[in-house]
Design a protein around this ligand. Structure first.
Ligand SMILES: [Zn+2]
Length: 477
């Protein structure tokens, strides 16, 4: 491939693993990448039987497909029957576990779905328990299938280990190579520790046949790196997080140049374009997994997107694709960074005014969230997390004073090196044909609701982001 490239091709796992094990890990926070194999190519799916054998699953053994009801294609062939036929011809006994849609035609990645998938794996087919499960789907199917295999193995240490193979059917999320799962708990999205897949099989024909907005959503989700790394560094510089590492950053080095170079081919849905988005998504998944937290690719832009989901749920509307929202919110977050880097002047602030007291702050949060949850439960949940952040912010005041005193020499240049300008993010998304404004999302989101999410996203969780600092400084968001 000409032009810029990633430090590692995720297909070359041995190189990536040996590089990772050579990194400084004095704090013991870096985790290994326990993925056996990644295959990417226009005919990768044909290698599925080979992938199973290399993972120790011999012909004759029982394999369970985990699928939803969405029709999918590979060129002009229906994908799901194609995969079953492929396994049958290779000598595997395969059955399918269908995840059920709700009234809106959606499968939810929640704990109930995971439990029923675990039950399905336990039952197997005609009394033969499955030895491997194949998650054939996009984000929701992947989260359920991954976590079900993980739970099965925890629950049955006495049985042969369930091998889990991930076959992504859309370039839409970073979940495929991640060892965590995003599951709904009482309607709230929670990231829970899970397990890596044994192998990931990325067939470019399948990915190119997925709806265009899914690939563009995947692209949007990767763009989070351009601002989220600034948030993580900022939190670390201000003493609001214990651990910070640039090892994950190295995996996503050159991401802006690579995406700019390939934006047109992503827009064309070429195999080369799909391959670039998949490599970026896999590396982003690995980047968060090695530090066991989503911080490298989740900051301001993600909390904005989460609030947009909360608003949509309140009005019982369909949700826009996660990555599409994240892409739009990344442009906004990059603008906020630009503004902050250009205008922040420590000499012009009064540090004493940057520390709100608990009681009025709690009242304010209650007031804000009443608009989307009159019961007050959401505000209570937010305050639980936010009050801890506020207490730590107060405690770490000397760190903020140090930050201000060294802003021009140390912190500003470092922060500027980690984030990307809004024009860069905008160009990547525009050239690939992705939505650039909340009104261009599907379904569209009004400017008023979008502004609400940008202004209040930092109130919903404990992780410190730029929005927190701007709020403490009294800046308008
Ligand atoms: Zn995301």
């Amino acid at each position: 491939m000409a032009g810029a490239s990633f430090l590692f091709d995720p297909v070359d796992l041995p190189a990536l693993k040996s590089w990772l094990s050579a990194q400084d890990n004095t704090q013991g926070a870096l985790r290994p990448v326990d993925i056996g194999e990644i295959v990417i190519g226009p005919a990768a799916l044909l290698d599925l039987p080979g992938v199973l054998r290399r993972a120790g699953i011999e012909p004759g053994m029982h394999v369970q497909l985990i699928i939803d009801e969405t029709p999918m294609w590979r060129d002009d062939v229906e994908l799901k029957p194609f995969v079953r036929e492929l396994l049958y011809v290779a000598g595997y006994s395969a059955s399918a576990l269908h995840l059920e849609d709700d009234d809106y035609g959606m499968v939810h990645a929640d704990f109930d779905s995971v439990e029923s998938a675990v039950w399905g794996l336990e039952q197997g087919h005609l009394g033969t328990p499955a030895r491997a499960s194949i998650g054939l789907g996009s984000g929701t199917v992947t989260d359920i299938a991954k976590h079900a295999a993980c739970m099965y193995n925890q629950k049955h240490p006495d049985r042969p280990r369930m091998v889990y193979i991930c076959v992504p059917t859309a370039n839409s999320v970073t979940a495929y190579a991640a060892n965590m799962a995003v599951l709904l708990k009482d309607g709230v999205k929670r990231t829970v520790p899970s397990c890596y897949p044994d192998a990931i099989v990325c067939d470019l024909r399948v990915l190119a046949d997925a709806p265009e907005e899914m690939t563009l959503a995947g692209l949007g989700d990767c763009c989070a790196r351009f601002v989220a790394y600034g948030d993580w560094y900022l939190a670390s510089a201000l003493g609001l997080v214990d651990y910070y590492s640039e090892v994950p950053l190295a995996l996503l080095d050159n991401l802006d140049t690579i995406l700019l170079e390939h934006a047109a081919s992503i827009e064309e849905r070429s195999h080369a374009g799909e391959a670039v988005v998949m490599r970026a998504l896999l590396l982003a998944g690995i980047a968060q997994s090695i530090v066991n937290m989503s911080a490298p690719i989740s900051g301001t832009e993600h909390v904005t997107s989460h609030v947009l989901d909360m608003i949509a749920q309140h009005y019982e509307r369909g949700l826009a694709l996660h990555g599409a929202q994240v892409g739009v919110a990344t442009i906004t977050a990059a603008e906020l960074y630009q503004h902050f880097l250009d205008r922040f002047d420590p000499a012009a602030i009064t540090i004493d005014t940057c520390y709100p007291a608990d009681e009025p702050q709690q009242r304010y949060i209650r007031h804000i969230f009443r608009a989307i949850d009159p019961t007050g439960a959401m505000a209570k949940e937010c305050w639980n997390d936010y009050s801890k952040k506020l207490a730590l912010w107060r405690k770490q005041r000397p760190r903020f004073e140090h930050f201000c005193a060294n802003w021009h020499e140390t912190f500003r240049p470092k922060l500027a090196s980690l984030v990307r300008k809004p024009q860069v993010v905008q160009r990547i998304l525009a050239e690939a044909g992705a939505p650039l404004t909340s009104e261009a999302l599907e379904p569209p989101i009004s400017q008023k609701e979008y502004d609400f999410a940008v202004r209040n996203g930092h109130f919903i969780r404990q992780r410190f982001v730029l929005g927190d600092l701007l709020y403490f400084l009294g800046w308008e968001l």
